[in-house]
Write a protein that binds this ligand. Structure first.
Ligand SMILES: [Zn+2]
Length: 152
């Protein structure tokens, strides 16, 4: 029998924009982009792109791909659009909000033909996928409300 534990490779993400290895930063570090503590972040300073780590991860496993300003904005918008759908599902089906969020995200990513990473997180989507998902929800809302679209 072997003695000692195998050394796990640390996840060390590369920037999705320039390909350079990201740097792990903690609140208070010079390159840390927020004044408040949002937990550790993998950052590409050149691209001003970053992603958080799983809250209880001792190995600083990234939540998904690094996100630049545009992708951060799109993720926030998509999240804000999914949240009322998730809350409606909780009221209707009595499931947990976590389950409702996961199912909502899965539904919309299936609609755009995207595959979620194993954790099923919004952070695995890129900007185009976020835009596609936002368009799907907008269309869904429009159809459901029954009002004619005045955009075309
Ligand atoms: Zn970069």
């Amino acid at each position: 029998m072997r003695v000692g534990r195998p050394v796990k490779a640390l996840p060390h993400p590369n920037c999705d924009y320039c390909g350079a290895p990201a740097t792990l930063a903690r609140a208070g570090d010079e390159i840390y982009p927020y004044r408040d503590n949002h937990g550790s972040l993998w950052i590409c300073v050149n691209c001003q792109a970053w992603i958080g780590v799983f809250p209880r991860s001792t190995r600083n496993v990234p939540l998904g791909r690094l996100a630049d300003a545009r992708l951060r904005e799109l993720k926030a918008k998509l999240h804000a659009m999914l949240e009322p759908l998730a809350q409606a599902k909780v009221r209707r089906d009595g499931c947990s909000i976590f389950e409702a969020r996961a199912k909502g995200l899965k539904w919309v990513t299936q609609q755009i033909g995207a595959e979620l990473a194993e954790k099923g997180s919004i952070h695995s989507l890129d900007a185009e996928q976020c835009e596609g998902a936002i368009a799907i929800i907008e269309r869904f809302e429009q159809e459901r409300s029954g009002y004619p679209s005045d955009s075309d």
